[in-house]
Design a protein around this ligand. Structure first.
Ligand code: NI
Length: 171
């Protein structure tokens, strides 16, 4: 287990469409461990594989256990995810570990159902709301090379923050 370097938005790997995973082999299992360590080390709510330079369809999400949120304390490891159900939009504040110090309000679905495979390779469906739903959408976007500020009409809508709390920064 190790904390890896989180790549910044300028890095081209963050704009790639990531590839599907056949099976979580030993090196991908190590990557999962490292994603969890790196996410926690950065106080993130989520982290996607391309953010540490590995362009595969895998991410981890964990809503901190001490926040007043549904799903607080749940750790999810998901690969080959697909959002299969969405509810109405809202505009929560969001940031990204690859773009520290900036947040903006972006459109997200309040509730989603996402399916994919967990660490054991089992197909799972996660029914999510609140911050977990937001983080799942943010991390899923990373697998398609999409960053949160792509939703903005203008980069002027970004706001500087002292330290993007990863409750705001999905990861
Ligand atoms: Ni991010």
């Amino acid at each position: 287990m190790a904390v890896r370097e989180i790549l910044r938005v300028e890095h081209p790997v963050l704009r790639r469409k990531c590839t599907k995973i056949q099976t979580l082999d030993a090196s991908l299992q190590r990557l999962v461990d490292d994603l969890i360590d790196t996410m926690r080390h950065a106080n993130g709510v989520g982290l996607a594989a391309p953010q540490v330079g590995v362009p595969v369809r895998l991410f981890v999400v964990e809503v901190p256990k001490d926040v007043d949120e549904p799903h607080a304390g749940e750790l999810h490891v998901l690969y080959n995810p697909e959002i299969i159900k969405k509810s109405e939009l809202y505009y929560p504040e969001e940031g990204c570990l690859s773009f520290p110090g900036w947040v903006a309000n972006v459109p997200r679905y309040q509730n989603v159902v996402i399916k994919g495979r967990n660490r054991q390779g089992k197909e799972v469906r996660i029914k999510a709301s609140g911050l977990l739903a937001q983080a799942l959408q943010h991390e899923n976007d990373h697998l398609n090379g999409v960053l949160f500020f792509d939703y903005l009409d203008s980069m002027d809508q970004l706001r500087r923050v002292e330290r993007a709390s990863e409750a705001a920064s999905a990861g």
